[in-house]
Design a protein around this ligand. Sequence first.
Ligand SMILES: C[C@H](O)[C@H](O)CC(=O)C(=O)O
Ligand SMILES: [Mg+2]
Length: 395
Amino acid sequence: MAMPTIKAVRAYTVRGGGADYHDTQGYHWIDDHIATPMARYEEYRQSRRSFGINVLGTLVIEVEASDGTVGLGVTTAGEIGAFIVEKHLSRFLIGRQVTEIEKIWDQMYFATQFYGRKGVVVNTISGVDIALWDLLGKLRGEPVHALLGGPVRDELQFYATGARPDLAKEMGFIGGKLPLLHGPAEGDEGLKKNIEKLADMRSKVGDDFWLMYDCWMSLDLNYSIKLAQKAQEFGLKWIEECLSPDDYWGYADLKRNVPKGMLVTTGEHEATRWGFRMLLEMDCCDIIQPDVNWCGGITELIKISALADAHGKLMVPHGSGVYSYHFVITRHNSPFTEIIMSAPNADEVRPAFSPLLLDEPVPVNGRMKASALDKPGFGVRLNPEVKLHRPYAAA
Ligand SMILES: C[C@H](O)[C@H](O)CC(=O)C(=O)O
Ligand SMILES: [Mg+2]
């Protein structure tokens, strides 16, 4: 069967939710005094939006084939990403076969290497790559998980990230990941409050429910070890992203020094097979957590996941919604997955990229049947009520 070629690439920006889940307004648990590397400055401690965590916004990419079929990808990259797609990356797509995904990835990565390698450039490449997999699935009439080899289990099980693990337990999740609220700049008093919060949550959820702490790059090694030691009494399952993503040495030290049985996780701000090779070869953690929207997309995740498997490590994507679900269901070393609670009070399950996408599957009782993922491509479409802006339409 002759595959259509790619005839158009379009990049749009969107504000308010979507792939940039930090792009919130008004009260939201995800912006409420969470420990960050910027919390050393008191004026940026209460709100992450105050230092610009929401500055990028969402990037939507459409890749249109010669028969009119459109592949959709979304990521966190906003207007910078739209510029990169329309002014630079589109040349590697227009006129190409839809099946040239590997070669297109290679060209996008190496053509941007002099200003890219990680961060917003690889976020953007990830979004284009996701749109290509979506397009291929739609043209073949198959879900992306089928293109990846098919499910290895009948359903996904989820943990929930948010301020209310107690409610997450009632909603059927296997665990709850709390944001750490106080960083080293808040001293011993802050450390005490962090432990009190965990103790309180443990008393609410009982012994068997997983509790984790997400530290969002905010700590130093000494504080991380102290936190891990004190948290052991309250059954902390893992301690996440304690240090700067560049501090591979610190992570290796941390992993050697946490209490036996407690897991160290990281990787949501890491990218590509080369970044994850560092984490794996230096034995920095127990679980790697690439974000499908940021690590290089599905094409790169195949490599990252295989590398983790060969090192005997789990690969559990950070967030990534439906893009994670299609991958995780196909891999044995991804036994569960995450949903970030997008409701302001973390008190109900909403689709991960709400309100941007329609038909996004959501976990029910903390689980999702493989059959919920059985539509062509990723099975999602743009919500026509969301306002798109195309800042760099190709001439
Ligand atoms: C809650 C965390 O600070 C962050 O917003 C999300 C995250 O790191 C995670 O879900 O993991
Ligand atoms: Mg995290």
